[in-house]
Design a protein around this ligand. Structure first.
Ligand SMILES: [Fe+2]
Length: 413
């Protein structure tokens, strides 16, 4: 079955921040999704919100990217009606950034509040520390697989709330002033029924109360971003197996996949188009090794949930501070490049003021412009530096900030 939005539907989405499509999937397709989700939820390894719960104990059970490998679930990631509609609503080629099904059993407590503290229950999912939430052009596709009744827990949406968040352009970076709960229109019950498909804007406030019924509530909650709006904290990297499990149309939406994992992270510190490079000095003769971007081994240092995998900012912040003395409170993702056996995740941070750098017996510093870097190519420790610098200086991407969870205020120092 094929579905596409009318002009009126698109206008409705722009005005309200969400759109509900009905009858996109037939009962046979829905039953295949049910079967796969229940199968995963019953596995002893299935993630639950309170970690120890086992189905059907009260909890939220999460099936994430492993679902792409299941022939009953993968079709939703290949579905042309969804992908085409997402492309229209984002105005760009869509890039899948999270594939997830949630199953809430009776007694589950419902959604959590806003991480910035303005609501205990509602929130929007633009979050600068979360790979699935830190793009500046993304949306949810939510397929309800149960009737979201008053007892089982409706999906409440705040129509027009996506317009309450403000954007501010500063140089190459777009900063986000997230709306607070007291600034948004009242929530309304979206009255979702089994088979309804919601397209929901990244800034749309929503909440889902706990499940007070005696039935499970489950649905598929995928996230897509525009290909030119990378998440500030860096995207999740899908496995090659997940990529290969999809058809051609589905594969076009998986832009970040690899058999390598993120092993290092480096930072382009930029001041007026000049890039800070660092090299180790040999303490015996003062000679320098190859010039490199500050950084080093990447770790998932302050990751709270699996949804933060890919954000390696906390460890990069620490490495940059060690090497240069600079305190970096946010940075933005530029790209992934092969370094050794792994991927090097490169971020950038533009600085308005030229910072003073400490005298170091171990490190030497120099601010290179792009032409000087080209001349220095043989003495660069990493061959990808020029590509990364070029991407940062010239790619016309919509870039927002990325932060560690600690910088975003989630974890005390
Ligand atoms: Fe949410």
């Amino acid at each position: 079955m094929s579905w596409s939005p009318s002009g009126k539907d698109i206008d409705f989405y722009r005005e309200n921040g969400f759109l509900i499509a009905r009858d996109v999937f037939d009962e046979k397709q829905l039953a295949a999704f049910d079967k796969a989700i229940l199968k995963f939820a019953k596995l002893p390894t299935c993630q639950s919100s309170d970690r120890k719960a086992r189905y059907p104990e009260p909890s939220k059970y999460t099936i994430s990217h492993e679902g792409l490998l299941d022939p009953d679930l993968a079709p939703i990631a290949n579905d042309p009606s969804i992908i085409d509609t997402v492309e229209i609503l984002l105005g760009q080629q869509p890039c899948l950034k999270a594939f997830v099904a949630y199953l809430r059993t009776p007694g589950d407590r419902g959604t959590v509040g806003d991480y910035q503290g303005s609501s205990q229950t509602g929130h929007c999912d633009y979050k600068p520390f979360r790979p699935a939430g830190a793009s500046l052009n993304w949306l949810f596709t939510i397929l309800a697989l149960a009737d979201y009744t008053e007892e089982i827990g409706p999906l409440y949406l705040s129509p027009g709330s996506h317009k309450c968040t403000r954007l501010e352009q500063r140089g190459r970076i777009t900063h986000v002033h997230r709306a607070r709960a007291d600034e948004i229109p009242p929530m309304v019950d979206s009255k979702l029924r089994r088979g309804d498909l919601v397209f929901m804007h990244m800034f749309c406030w929503h909440e889902a109360p706990g499940n007070r019924s005696n039935q499970d509530r489950w649905g598929i909650y995928n996230k897509y971003m525009g290909v030119d709006a990378p998440p500030g904290c860096g995207p999740f990297v899908f496995s090659d197996d997940a990529y290969n499990a999809l058809n051609d149309r589905g594969r076009q939406t998986i832009r970040h996949h690899s058999h390598r994992s993120i092993g290092t992270a480096r930072l382009i510190v930029e001041h007026q188009d000049r890039i800070l490079m660092v090299r180790m000095k040999d303490p015996r003769n003062g000679q320098g090794a190859g010039w490199m971007l500050p950084g080093g081994v990447a770790e998932q240092r302050d990751v709270i949930t699996d949804w933060d995998i890919g954000n390696v900012i906390a460890s990069l912040e620490a490495n940059v501070k060690d090497q240069t003395g600079l305190e970096i409170d946010w940075m933005t993702y530029v790209g992934d490049y092969v370094e050794g056996n792994g991927l090097c995740r490169v971020y950038a941070r533009p600085l308005n003021e030229l910072p003073s750098l400490p005298y170091s017996v171990e490190h030497e510093f120099y601010w290179f412009n792009e032409d000087e870097l080209k001349v220095q190519l043989p003495s660069l420790a990493n061959h990808f530096v020029l590509d990364a610098v070029c991407a940062w200086l010239h790619e016309p991407k919509l870039r927002g900030i990325g932060q560690s969870q600690m910088r975003a205020g989630l974890k005390a120092r």
